[in-house]
Design a protein around this ligand. Structure first.
Ligand code: XBP
Ligand code: MG
Length: 241
């Protein structure tokens, strides 16, 4: 089957957002009077847990068991809501650019009639802020399918978010390619039956991307010709199974 759609991850793939997520978490902790601080090394390790609220709960269970006892979920929700406000304020101000090559790929894919979708763990408001700022208010016309955050029961590495995107696109996995940057995201997309191009993020230099069909170290190399070549190369392999 010919390539019909591209499904994009957001954090680390469309934009290098994680450093700003990290800072927003830390500010929310400080405002709450907590002495928690996620330095870069710790945050990289914590990225194994997808979803900001889940990440806070995981950290509390490991490093602040006394807070974990009662009301952990309420505190995590409160901190995460404030973290999202702080992140959105950054997006409204300075903003975060798309990774090099991503805007061109989106334009090229659209010009060639491919459909575009998003499958991400981050909160829907964060997606809106990033895409609206980068591509303008009409970005939702470009991306009619957006699956984000708690719209699915289980976050990556579970396949749910990619399965939901495929359902909304009404396409089989064999007609789509997922673009990812992480081991969790790659596992999620592969479990949904997708081909995966992983564009390594400098924020996750050590992530195991061996499950992907193609790994790129430089997002500028990514273009439609490359994805179409991968589509042609992968199709016979997928057909045999
Ligand atoms: C990204 C995430 C997100 C962000 C924070 O994973 O796990 O949680 O770090 O976003 P992926 P929220 O790129 O694999 O989707 O705080 O809004 O959850
Ligand atoms: Mg990612």
């Amino acid at each position: 089957m010919t390539l019909r759609a591209l499904i994009f991850d957001v954090d680390g793939t469309l934009a290098e957002t994680e450093e700003y997520h990290r800072r927003a978490f830390n500010r929310a902790f400080a405002e709450e009077g907590l002495d928690w601080y996620w330095d870069e090394a710790l945050y990289r390790a914590l990225l194994k847990v997808t979803g900001g609220r889940e990440r806070i709960l995981h950290f509390m269970a490991q490093h602040a068991p006394e807070k974990s006892a009662g009301g952990a979920e309420v505190l995590a929700r409160h901190l995460h809501a404030r973290k999202t406000e702080i992140y959105l304020a950054h997006m409204a101000g300075e903003g975060i650019p798309l990774r090099a090559g991503m805007a061109a790929l989106i334009e090229e894919a659209q010009a060639h009639g491919l459909r575009l979708a998003i499958a991400t763990t981050t909160s829907p408001a964060n997606v809106e802020a990033l895409m609206g700022k980068s591509l303008g208010a009409g970005w939702r016309t470009l991306f009619p399918v957006v699956m984000a955050g708690d719209m699915v029961a289980r976050k990556k590495p579970a396949p749910d978010v990619y399965e939901a995107a495929l359902n909304a696109l009404d396409l089989p996995a064999s007609a789509c390619i997922a673009l990812e940057d992480s081991a969790n995201g790659t596992t999620s997309a592969k479990s949904a039956g997708l081909r995966v191009v992983a564009v390594r993020s400098p924020y996750l230099p050590e992530d195991d991307l061996s499950g992907a069909d193609l790994v790129l170290d430089d997002s500028r190399v990514l273009d439609l010709a490359l994805l179409e070549a991968l589509d042609a190369a992968c199709f016979p392999r997928i057909n045999r199974n």
